[in-house]
Design a protein around this ligand. Structure first.
Ligand code: UDP
Length: 250
């Protein structure tokens, strides 16, 4: 059984973007992989990577190592899907943190998986949970905690999450902090699947609006986000550096 699971997991195709590993998966495959990880019950990290994640990995050895060993790294964002195509390793579909949050809530509604929402400003993840529950009333959201706690509260928060016994911990505290935090506490948390979901709770909590679908499909969601939150300029400023490196890499 164990080896059959592992065999299926290792079949995920990989792309190498500037040497950094990202899986070439569709949403349906990503969800299947996550369900297998839930069944395996060993703390595992899932990373939703955008172009910025690749740049972070190139400068941050700890984060690079997490991307190298995570059983699932999905491609989130137009910059990365463009890079995959350009490097001859196209991603079949964008698998974003925002979409994963909704799909996992749907699966929870259907199959009873226990979800925990950690991150975003006070009140936002609660609102996100309430809004998602309206659409998926049987989803098991077993706990919610905002992401602006002082380090002294960490042990209590870890204990609180562990006590709620989630199958999946969705961590929206920004990259790479959310991934490092989850991985550092994996043993005490004892949660089978930990997923970094960035600003997803802001989307479902009504803090930011998602771009219209046509804009998402044309790959301009970043522009929409930038117009809503000019602080994101830092990320967008990094994009030309990413494009330049991909251009040279070919
Ligand atoms: N955030 C948090 N704690 C912090 C800093 C940020 O919970 O100390 C949240 C923030 O409110 C937002 C998310 O982390 O909901 C980061 O969103 P962003 O879209 O910037 O994520 P990234 O794409 O950087 O992962």
């Amino acid at each position: 059984m164990e080896s059959a699971l592992q065999e299926r997991e290792t079949r995920l195709q990989e792309a190498r973007i500037l040497g950094v590993r990202v899986h070439r998966v569709r949403m349906a495959e990503a969800l299947r992989a996550i369900e297998q990880l839930i069944q395996r019950r060993e703390p595992s990290l899932v990373i939703t990577a955008d172009a910025n994640a690749i740049l972070i990995a190139l400068e941050d050895a700890e984060f690079h190592q997490l991307m190298e060993t995570a059983p699932l790294v999905t491609a989130d964002g137009a910059g990365l899907t463009w890079a995959g195509k350009r490097l001859g390793q196209p991603f079949p579909e964008r698998v974003s943190g925002v979409d994963l949050v909704e799909q996992l809530t749907r699966l929870s509604h259907e199959k009873g998986y226990r979800l925990y929402f950690l991150g975003a400003a006070p009140g936002v993840a609660e609102r996100a949970a309430r809004n998602l529950l309206r659409k998926y009333p049987n989803a098991q959201i077993v706990g919610v905690q905002h992401g602006y706690f002082p380090p002294t509260d960490e042990p209590a928060i870890v204990t609180q999450i562990a006590a709620a016994r989630p199958d999946v911990l969705l961590v929206g505290m920004g990259m790479p902090r959310q991934e490092k935090w989850a991985w550092r506490h994996r043993t005490a948390l004892g949660v089978p699947v930990m997923i970094g979901v960035g600003g997803s709770f802001d989307v479902y909590g009504g803090v930011v609006k998602r771009a219209p679908r046509w804009m998402q499909q044309l790959g301009y969601e970043w522009l929409w986000r930038l117009l809503q939150d000019p602080r994101k300029i830092k990320k967008v400023r990094n994009l030309p550096r990413f494009v330049w490196q991909i251009w040279r890499a070919k």
